[in-house]
Structure formats: structure tokens, C-alpha cells
Design a binder for this molecule. Structure first.
Ligand code: MSP
Length: 516
């Protein structure tokens, strides 16, 4: 791991309204970006929209609007989603922007100069929904492996010499097993490449919504070659910028993608980069897919999960908590983020159901952490009106076994396990708190014992607040606000920080309202 970390989400097709799949990939990237920032790394987090290709052109035509106008409108929705979900992205790239088009043209020219592009005739299957070419052997019952409709295409096309990279890719996968994660996807990609790689058609001429092939107005560049290049164009690759040096050349680039697009990222992309003599990314992590209460999600079934609706639903379940909409909305967003990251191991498929969501939030955030904080901090405010005495009973020793695992889990993309480490720690502190029963100690006039318990629990709550920052930033910050922790102490280096004499904490309130 280098000091600089580059985290990218896929760029989203603008033919569709934002749904849970987009939200999930983005939230996972955000948790990682926040984690490494708290870990004192220099992070650059990129997301954006994929706006060219036949699929987008068709969607615009169906609405009877110009593709550019259509893209402007839908791209804006993805930008709004990023802000709604509280993403910490540093940049938002659109493939119709000049900075991107310039980079794709330059990238094409490099591939051409290096002798990896030639002209031929493409004949075979194409699925517009996947924007992908499929071999005859991959067609199942007349459809793409993804279930998408395919049509037979025959057109003059430029080709990329993908076949020249079969051995090189296999050598890469075996030398760097972390290049593709998790293992199931690694195996899938290795076996795909072992099956043999054919040269890849990288231009189309049957429609026009795309970046023109340099010096050839009749052809547009294949949308995946166009789209993948976004990871470089956002860093101003063409000018060999400081940002490119910092976040590509001297960095750990991590691409988070869904399992459906692993082939483009783990086969085509490294081949393009090798052909252009550019460093490869560090890791491509493919996550699984969500189903809706056990059913595959699809537009035709009408069971697409909309992040805005889910958040509104959660808000309605905590409606009595605050008259301010924005307050309950931020809490609901955190509940949604928490559920997606905790419910399934990252990489596996998962099932979304409101029932499981409510159960999980009430059990883990409300009853466990929320209750602990509320019970302890209400007493602390009463017991220490003049501020906390110096804390001698830091909770760190208790947390150490959990923290070690927590850091390891996050570095392995195991969000669910990392969250379990926090929850398990909170359960332990809860148990200690109940067993020690400071309210009884008070009745028995055992003041110093009572104070020790309160102070240690307070420190544990601070630790929990800091550990939660990557996942549920709004609520975690609320916990730290109540504890009056300064902004520069909200990071992992400060986990061991001591408290200042007479530190004042604010009046406590339930940070995690119960879902009815
Ligand atoms: N435009 C391409 C990516 C180009 S990256 C250079 C694309 N876009 S997409 O909008 O179709 O998909 C974006 C992401 O959403 C993918 O990572 C995909 O896996 C994810 N999901 C779409 N539906 C999903 C679920 N039902 N569940 C989880 N994620 C899913 O592909």
C-alpha cells in the first residue's frame, strides 16, 4: 500500500435512473475512501457517468431528445445521488466532457503507434444492454450469458490485438493474485483467459453517439474502451499531470466494480494498459448483486429498488424522532448505508428486504450502540458538571484485539466483518456496563468505582464513534459531537489520544432512533 490511494467506482450508464446497484457500489467505494483517509492516506475518490454508446443513444431517441441533452439530465441525477448518499468523492467525471474525449483520443493513438490496432471486419453477436461482444460458445438459448438480447453484427471495425496478451495476463494473475478479488472472480477470469482470447473489436459504425476514431469520421470508439479510460482522464493523463503521477503512477489504484463487469476491468483494461505501457491498477474488486426479497431485480418485474424510496421509507419509521426532515433523512441514509455494508460479505450476492433492514438496525445500532451511549452519557453529564477528570481508564486495551482485526478486515474489503468487530466491541462494553451497574454503585456511594466505569465507557464510545466514521459518517460524527471531540481528533491516529482535563461533553440524545 502506498501513501496515495486512488479509489474508483464504475461510471454509471445514463440510460437508467439510479438504483440500489449504483448506490451499493458507490457506498462501498465511499467507506473505503473514508477508511483510508482516516488512516492518514492521501485518497482520491472518483465516480461519474458513462454516456456514450448505442444503449444511451437508443434511450435518448426513445425520449425524442438529443443524446447530449439526455445525458446532461440523467448525469445530473447521478451527481445528486452521490451527494444524497453523502459520498466523499473528490471528482465526478462524465465521458462527454472535453477532458475525457481528449484522453480517449490520445489513448487510442498510443495503442495505434504501439502497433496494437488494425482494421478488419467484425462478425458476431452483440448485446446492446451489456455493450458487449460475445463468442458463439457463450450464447445460451439465443441470449448473452447475462440474459441480454443479442443481435448478429457484421461491420468493418478496428481491432485491438487482445490475443497478444493471453500469456501476459495469465502471468500477471499468477504473479499478483490480489489483482482480482475475491477469489471466485479471480478463478472465473483466469479460466476465461485460459479459454483463449480473440482480438477485440474496438469501433462501431452503425450508430454515431460516441467519440470518433482519430482521423476516421465514420467510426466511433467502442464504448468500453472509451469508458475504461475515464480512470486516466480524470487524472489529466494527457498532460502527464502531477495528479496523474500522484494517483496513478505512485499510487495504489483500486477499482470497485460489480461482478457483471469484471471481464472488462480484469481482462480488457490491463491489456489496454500494457499495450500503452502504463502501470496497472493494484486491485479490481468485484462485488455481488442484490436481489429484492429473494427475486432477481429487473425493470420488467417492476421490483427495482430506488435508494430515495428506501431512505424515505426509513424516515417514515423514525418520523416521531425529529420535526426536521433533514435530520431524519441523514439518519435514514446512514441506516441504509449500514445495512448494505453489513448484511452480506462484500463479494457475495445479497438479498434486500426491509424486514431484515429494520431488525438489523434495531439490534445493532439502536439497542447496542445507541442504548449504551445514551445510558452512559446521560449519567456522565450529571456526574461531571465541571467536565471530565483526566481519563486514566482508556478503553484502548479492551479494544486492541478488535481493532487489529478491524484494520485487517478493511484492508481486505471485508466491510461486514469490520463492522462486526465494532459491534462485538460495543457488546463487550455494554456487558461490562451492565455488570458494573454504575447506578447501583452510586446508590452504594462507591463513587470512584462508578466514575471509573463511566469514564472507561465514555472512552469506548469515542472509539466506537471513530471506527464508525467510514460507514455512517453522519451518525458517527453526531456521537463525536456529543463527546465534543475536536475535528482533528476524529481519525485513527487519535484512537489512543488522551482526554484533556475538564473536558466538557454535551447533553446526550439518542443518536440512533428506533425503527418502528
Ligand atoms: N457503465 C458501466 C461501467 C463502466 S466502468 C468503466 C456499467 N454501468 S451500470 O450503470 O450498468 O452499472 C453500474 C454498477 O451497478 C455495476 O458495478 C453493477 O454491478 C452495479 N449493479 C447493477 N445492478 C446491481 C444489483 N442488482 N446489485 C448490485 N449491483 C448491481 O456497467
Amino acid at each position: 500500500m502506498t501513501k496515495n490511494i486512488y479509489i474508483t467506482s464504475p461510471i454509471y450508464y445514463v440510460n437508467d435512473a439510479p438504483h440500489i446497484g449504483h448506490a451499493y457500489t458507490s457506498i462501498a467505494c465511499d467507506a473505503l475512501a473514508r477508511f483510508y483517509t482516516l488512516y492518514n492516506r492521501q485518497v482520491h475518490f472518483l465516480t461519474g457517468t458513462d454516456e456514450h454508446g448505442q444503449k444511451v443513444e437508443k434511450s435518448a431517441l426513445a425520449k425524442n431528445i438529443e443524446p447530449q441533452q439526455f445525458c446532461d439530465e440523467v448525469s445530473q441525477k447521478f451527481r445528486q445521488l452521490a451527494s444524497f448518499l453523502n459520498l466523499s468523492n473528490h471528482d465526478f467525471i462524465r465521458t462527454t466532457e472535453a477532458r475525457h474525449i481528449k484522453t480517449v483520443e490520445k489513448f487510442w493513438q498510443i495503442l495505434q503507434e504501439n502497433g496494437y490496432i488494425y482494421k478488419g471486419v467484425y462478425e458476431g453477436w452483440y448485446a446492446v444492454r451489456d455493450e458487449a461482444f460475445y463468442a458463439e460458445s457463450e450464447i445460451i438459448d439465443g441470449k448473452a450469458p447475462s440474459g441480454a438480447e443479442v443481435t448478429w453484427h457484421k461491420e468493418e471495425s478496428y481491432f485491438f490485438r487482445l490475443s497478444a496478451f493471453e500469456e501476459k495476463l495469465l502471468a500477471l494473475y499468477s504473479a499478483v493474485p490480489d489483482f482480482i478479488k475475491p477469489l471466485s472472480r479471480y478463478n472465473e477470469v483466469v479460466s476465461f483467459v485460459k479459454g483463449g482470447l480473440k482480438d477485440l473489436s474496438i469501433s462501431r459504425n452503425s450508430f454515431s453517439w460516441g467519440i470518433k476514431v482519430p482521423n476516421d469520421n465514420q467510426n466511433v470508439i467502442y464504448v468500453w474502451l472509451d469508458a475504461l479510460t475515464n480512470y486516466l482522464s480524470a487524472l489529466d493523463f494527457t498532460n502527464n499531470s502531477t495528479q496523474y503521477q500522484q494517483f496513478w503512477q505512485q499510487a495504489t489504484p483500486i477499482h470497485i466494480v460489480g461482478k457483471d463487469i469484471i471481464r472488462f476491468h480484469a481482462v480488457y483494461w490491463p491489456a489496454f494498459l500494457m499495450a500503452a505501457n502504463i502501470n496497472l491498477p493494484h486491485t479490481i474488486y468485484a462485488h455481488g448483486w442484490w436481489t429484492n426479497s429473494g427475486q432477481k431485480i429487473s425493470k420488467s418485474l417492476g421490483n427495482v429498488i430506488c435508494p430515495y424510496q428506501e431512505v424515505a421509507y426509513l424516515q417514515s419509521k423514525i418520523a416521531s424522532f425529529s420535526p426536521e426532515q433533514s435530520v431524519t433523512q441523514n439518519i435514514a441514509i446512514d441506516y441504509f448505508r449500514y445495512f448494505l455494508l453489513k448484511e452480506v460479505p462484500f463479494g457475495n450476492d445479497g438479498d434486500y428486504s426491509q424486514e431484515s433492514l429494520i431488525k438489523r438496525i434495531n439490534a445493532e445500532l439502536v439497542n447496542n450502540i445507541g442504548n449504551l451511549a445514551q445510558r452512559c452519557l446521560t449519567m456522565v453529564v450529571k456526574e461531571f458538571p465541571a467536565g471530565l477528570p483526566t481519563l486514566q481508564h482508556s478503553a484502548l486495551a479492551l479494544f486492541e484485539p478488535y481493532s487489529q482485526q478491524f484494520f485487517e478486515n478493511m484492508q481486505n474489503f471485508a466491510y461486514d466483518k469490520a463492522l462486526s468487530n465494532i459491534i462485538d466491541f460495543a457488546s463487550l462494553i455494554n456487558k461490562n456496563f451492565n455488570d458494573t451497574a454504575p447506578w447501583n454503585l452510586k446508590k452504594q456511594q462507591k463513587i470512584s468505582q462508578m466514575h471509573n466505569c463511566l469514564l472507561q465507557t465514555t472512552d469506548a464510545i469515542r472509539v466506537i464513534g471513530i471506527m464508525l466514521l467510514s460507514f455512517i459518517p453522519h451518525s458517527a460524527n453526531k456521537i463525536l459531537d456529543i463527546l465534543n471531540i475536536s475535528q482533528n481528533k476524529r481519525n485513527f491516529a487519535s484512537l489512543t489520544a488522551s482526554w484533556q482535563e475538564n473536558h466538557q461533553i454535551s447533553q446526550s440524545y439518542p443518536v440512533f432512533p428506533r425503527l418502528q
